[in-house]
Design a protein around this ligand. Structure first.
Ligand code: ACK
Length: 221
């Protein structure tokens, strides 16, 4: 019994190789640097700073949160719903330790998190839990109406006092606004199309997705 409980990790996910992590961190930094000097961003600076006329240093605003990864299932050492089933799933077992190419198709920023959207392939979706989007319903009403895999992301940083689980919620909320065709400000910048969805939500759809070679594995710490 004890062994069984111990063998379920904290979470499963894809972990980009070290050199890829460095590349992604750099793209993230460049995004923040580009964003904070844009006139359109400055116009909405009050989303990030309540102090009148104050500038915001986004690289300081967001704190890194350990090894970059794309969570597939948060199992919480067996305490999370469906943790055991996921751990013992045949596809999960078969693909454990395998390498795949993740496609990071967008970067986004909110007053809480900065993250990358991961667009999963059909193969990768096999490892995606059926109810990942539905589980976000209490926080993001309507999330369950989005396609499977919509929540897939890499957390690049969090504002003070914010937990990384927030990044997926922020992404789902942006995707719902997209789906509803919400009127939004849009502009072309070098890496792609930048959209402002109000309330400090910025979404950069990359012209060239970032390809991230990653290993499917888990974390116990
Ligand atoms: O950035 P993330 O995807 O958000 O990666 C971390 C990872 O698990 C370790 O904390 C994610 N996480 C935390 N709690 C949950 C949860 N309840 N549901 C889904 N993912 C979670 C967190």
């Amino acid at each position: 019994k004890l062994h069984e409980e111990m063998s379920i990790p904290l979470y499963f996910g894809w972990f980009p190789f070290y050199t890829v992590q460095e590349k992604v961190k750099e793209r993230s930094m460049n995004f923040l640097k580009t964003l904070e000097v844009l006139e359109s961003f400055k116009k909405h600076i009050s989303d990030f700073s309540k102090e009148e006329g104050k500038e915001v240093d986004l690289e300081q605003f967001f704190k890194a949160k350990g090894t970059l990864h794309c969570t597939t299932k948060f199992t919480d050492y067996g305490k999370a719903e469906g943790a055991k089933e996921y751990t013992e799933n045949k596809t999960v077992e078969d693909l454990y330790g395998s390498v795949t190419e993740l496609s990071l198709s967008a970067l986004f920023v909110t007053p809480r998190t900065v993250g990358a959207r991961v667009s999963l392939s059909e193969d990768q979706l096999q490892l995606w839990p059926e109810d990942a989007e539905k589980e976000a319903e209490p926080v993001v009403p309507g999330a369950s109406t989005l396609p499977k895999g919509s929540r897939a992301h890499v957390t690049l940083g969090c504002a003070d006092g914010i937990q990384p689980v927030q990044t997926g919620f922020d992404l789902l909320q942006i995707l719902l606004l997209q789906k509803d065709g919400k009127q939004a400000e849009q502009e072309e910048i070098d890496p792609g199309t930048l959209t402002y969805y109000g309330e400090g939500r910025w979404y950069l759809a990359l012209k060239e997705p970032i390809s991230a070679a990653s290993c499917f594995s888990s974390v116990y710490k």
